[in-house]
Design a protein around this ligand. Sequence first.
Ligand code: ACO
Length: 184
Amino acid sequence: MEFDFNINHLFPDKITLVGENSSYRKHANSKILQRNLQIVIEVLGQRSARAQQLTGSITTLLKSQLNNQRIYVLKEANANNSGLGCVIGFLKTGKKRLFVLDRDGNHNEMNPLCVLDFYVHESQQRKGCGLCLFKHMLHVEGVKASHLAIDRPSHKFISFLKKHFSLWATVPQVNNFVIFDGFF
Ligand code: ACO
């Protein structure tokens, strides 16, 4: 996704973490950067919603700030003729208080890290960009894929988790979150 402002100024790293407990706030310390950040996150949220056929976006900068969420943004620094760079996709995580059912049907009150939104631009899908984002997030958060709760995964995301992390056996839940064997 190309914008008419410099993505390389906005996102210093190949994958930049925006949000809770990140140093990004110090970087985006001007009104222009804040405005551009808002534009990028709005566009990403809308594109992700469209790809998942949701009625509205679940990712906005305001929502992520209010709910202590973290957004990992992947860019391609050398794209866009004029050298402005472009945005490839994003992954949003956040901790949620959930009642999680185990295999014996017991309710466990937990506060797991959840994957809340995940999107790679259509032109870049199936090229390893999603895996790059996902692995980076696991490293930064210090978690294993099997310890995550996933909010309403799409069929593409289910296939992704099966292929890259051998996650396929789910533990049935009564909410929209999906967890896999190895969660507990
Ligand atoms: N159909 C089926 N599986 C797919 C597809 C597709 N069109 N695209 C990716 N995958 C899965 C497959 O397992 C694929 O492996 P394969 O090509 O050998 O079949 C694997 O992902 C590819 O891995 P990556 O290239 O690392 O993943 P990608 O860069 O495509 O990113 C993502 C994966 C984020 C799910 C992307 O496909 C996407 O943006 N999809 C549309 C939005 C979406 O469904 N997001 C998840 C919403 S649910 C949530 O966020 C909690």
